[in-house]
Every structure is written in structure tokens, then in C-alpha cells.
Design a protein around this ligand. Structure first.
Ligand code: ADP
Length: 394
């Protein structure tokens, strides 16, 4: 079965065509800078690797160009659009309505639109991708895979904020959680690997956005992102946990308006705010050259993760494994090393040699005697979406 995965953003469409159940990747690509004269279409199969720069007016135009390539006699991988049986759409916000992947109906589209007020940067674009895909692939089924679904198991004590109850019941202000597809994917891989009857693990997703999830027996019980993807860990450009009274101080005493505060905390803070650099590779290189801001930012970054490991271990009353994933988690032995330093109280003992080995494989990087397993598991959100769409069809 051929499954097309679509992740539709404000000015981009990421796509992959995956054959299931063999999990064979037939093609992958990205349309960027939609709406501009010099939009970029990347398209890659086993045989071709194309980069086209051309005007792409809108999402419909972008996806049509992808379809043209998919069907192209030389570069394509299918002969007819009806060879694609289901399209799996990443949808960021499913509110409290969706705990599972679901077939898209008019009612589901209405809900995705409704939750747009909670994810204004994501849901409207996700919906646009769905509407365009319905037109271009009239024979295919369409499924929505929600980033928030994995967190539907959070107990009330973890998902409620200590604010007046009506804001929860009437305005749905609560923890929703994000990066759910990634946390779910690495959780399943970890549990397959660990083969425990009962399990208490912490998944640590460190990319441009960063988050951690406490998972008991495969179900999330706490998570570091909240009502929006701003809370918790120090991220590329987002501050993570912060005293909210700083917002009032910025507005009342320093003359910021709310838009400026929002930009400051989401686009100019985090590692970028601390160092002037956003990409962790640059920060590591600068730190190695003696840049004190970069050295401190790396320590702060790891310290925040350590604190969450401590609190989630307390919440679960135990810890079998921690799992590092995403760009930083999979690649930065430095961050992993800093996080695991002086954590023997939690049974965490890193094997420095194993930590330094670069690999794309699922691996353990703890010492033989470490009570807690330390794992590195490459995430694959597209494959997780394909798996869920495949399960839905079966
Ligand atoms: P996104 O959230 O955009 O999907 P990724 O999961 O791709 O992000 O992670 C991006 C981050 O991973 C960047 O900060 C980048 O610096 C970091 N990263 C990628 N490769 C390495 C590496 N070899 N060493 C350290 N950091 C890395």
C-alpha cells in the first residue's frame, strides 16, 4: 500500500511517499517559500535528486507540481494518482477531541478549523494541505495524525493549570502537548528494545523545539510543553520555563507591547538569546573556542533537562530508561554527556566511549552496571504517520 505523508506549513509542504508494510521510502521532498517567485521544490527518489527554483503561487500550485513529478515518466514513482490509497496529514492540534488517528470527514475538518484558535501558526496550514490533497487525490482516503493525540492520557493533575476552573472548562486552557508523533515513535521503539513487563521511561526530544515526556507502560503521564509549544526546556529560540511576571515587567516597566514580548520569547530567546547562535553545532564550536556565553548556555540547557528528569522520576516513582532523540538528542554527544553527568543517584551512568560513537542505529550508551538504560533512538515522524495511516486502513 502506498501512503503519502503530508506536513503542510505556512509556506512549505514536506512530503514522503512510503510503501507499507515494508516501510520502503519511495520518495521524499520539500516545497519551500510557497507564495514567492523563487520558491524551491526538492524531490528525491532512489534515482533522482532534483532542486527546482520557480514561482509557486500557493499550496495547491505546490502540491500540483509534486504530483507532476510523482507521475513523471522518468522521474516519477507512480503511474496514476489512484496508486496512492491513503494520505496521512500531520495536524498539530486536535484539542481534546482526538486521541487517535482519524479519517478526515467534514466534521473533522470543522474541528481542525476550530482548534486553529489554539494553534494559529499550524492548524490553518494543515487544513489547507488537506483541502488541496482532497482535490488532487480524489480516490485516496485522507487521515489526520494529531501531534496532541499521544498526550490524551495525561492525568488531570498533570494537564491542569492552577488557574480558575472556568478557564479549563469553558476556555479549554490546559496542557495539550506537542511532538507527540515523535514521542510515540521512540517510546514504541524503546519498549520493543527493553522488553519489560512494566516500564517507566522518559523520552527527550531535542530539535529546534525541545520537549520531554514521562511515559508509564507506553502511556504519557506528563509532558514539558503546555498550552502552546513554549513551556519547559530551553529551545533554539524559545525560552522554555520562565516566571510569567517577566511579561508584565517587560510591558509595564520596559515599554514592550505584547507582540514584541511574543517575538522576544518565541523567536529571540532560548539558545539564540543566550549566545547569538541558534544552531547547536555553532554553539558547540564557539564553546570549544572559549566563548563563555556558549559554554554557559550548554550547561543551562543540560541543567534544565536534568531537572525534568528528576521531577519525572519522582512523578513515576522510578526510572527504567531515558531516550534521547531528534537533531540534538541523536547527534550531540556533548549535550547527552552534560545531561548524564552526576546523575548516579538516578541510576544513570553514561559510557563515554559509547556516547561518542556516531550511528543511525538504536543504541544503548550506558555502562554495563547502569541501573537506568540511556538510549539514543533516531526519530521518524513520517514513518510513524505512515504506520498509523496503515493501521487505520486495516
Ligand atoms: P526540527 O525541530 O527543525 O525538526 P531537528 O530535529 O532537525 O529540528 O534538530 C535541529 C537541531 O539539531 C539544530 O539545533 C542542530 O544544530 C542540531 N544538530 C544537528 N546535527 C547536529 C550535530 N551533529 N551536533 C550537534 N547538534 C546537531
Amino acid at each position: 500500500m502506498n501512503i503519502l505523508i503530508i506536513n503542510s506549513g505556512s509556506s512549505s509542504i514536506k512530503f514522503q511517499l512510503i510503501q507499507m508494510p515494508s516501510e520502503t521510502l519511495l520518495c521524499t521532498g520539500l516545497v519551500e517559500r510557497i507564495g514567492q517567485k523563487d520558491a524551491i521544490l526538492n524531490y528525491k527518489t532512489d534515482l533522482v535528486d532534483i532542486k527546482q527554483i520557480e514561482q509557486i503561487e500557493n499550496h495547491s500550485d505546490g502540491l500540483q507540481k509534486v504530483v507532476d513529478l510523482l507521475l513523471n515518466a522518468e522521474k516519477g514513482v507512480i503511474k496514476n494518482t489512484n496508486e496512492i490509497e491513503i494520505i496521512g496529514h500531520r495536524v498539530v492540534h486536535g484539542g481534546n477531541s482526538f486521541s487517535n488517528t482519524t479519517l478526515i470527514t467534514d466534521a473533522v475538518k470543522q474541528d481542525i478549523k476550530k482548534f486553529g484558535s489554539l494553534a494559529p501558526l499550524h492548524n490553518p496550514n494543515n487544513l489547507e494541505g488537506i483541502v488541496v490533497a482532497e482535490q488532487l487525490f480524489p480516490d485516496a482516503k485522507q487521515a489526520a495524525i494529531f501531534d496532541t493525540a499521544f498526550f490524551q492520557t495525561l492525568p488531570e493533575k498533570a494537564k491542569r493549570y492552577a488557574i480558575p476552573k472556568a478557564l479549563f472548562t469553558e476556555a479549554q486552557i490546559q496542557v495539550y502537548g506537542f511532538h507527540g508523533t515523535s514521542h510515540k515513535y521512540v517510546t514504541e521503539k524503546a519498549l520493543d528494545y527493553l522488553q519489560l513487563k512494566t516500564s517507566k521511561i522518559i523520552t527527550i526530544h531535542l530539535g529546534n523545539g525541545c520537549s520531554m515526556t514521562a511515559v508509564v507502560d507506553g502511556k504519557s503521564i506528563d509532558h514539558s510543553l503546555g498550552f502552546t509549544p513554549s513551556n519547559g526546556l530551553i529551545m533554539g529560540t524559545r525560552s522554555g520555563d520562565i516566571d510569567h511576571a517577566i511579561v508584565f515587567y517587560l510591558v509595564n516597566s520596559l515599554g514592550y507591547d505584547l507582540d514584541k514580548v511574543n517575538t522576544l520569547l518565541t523567536k529571540e530567546s532560548g539558545m539564540l538569546g543566550l549566545t547569538g547562535y541558534n544552531d547547536l553545532r555553532d554553539i558547540e564550536a564557539q564553546a570549544a573556542n572559549g566563548n563563555e556565553d556558549c559554554k554557559l548556555a550548554l550547561i543551562m540547557n543540560a541543567y534544565r533537562i536534568k531537572k525534568y528528569i528528576g521531577s519525572y522520576t519522582a512523578a513515576m516513582n522510578g526510572l527504567d530508561a531515558i531516550v534521547f532523540t531528534a537533531g540534538i538528542g541523536e547527534n550531540s554527544s556533548l549535550i547527552r554527556g552534560l545531561v548524564c553527568e552526576d546523575m548516579d543517584y538516578f541510576g544513570i551512568n553514561l559510557d563515554a566511549n559509547k556516547n561518542d560513537i556516531r550511528s543511525k542505529a538504536i543504541r544503548e550508551i550506558n555502562t554495563k552496571t547502569s541501573k537506568t538504560k540511556i538510549m539514543v533512538i533516531p526519530t521518524n515522524e513520517e514513518l510513524e504517520i505512515a504506520k498509523q495511516a496503515f493501521e487505520l486502513m486495516n
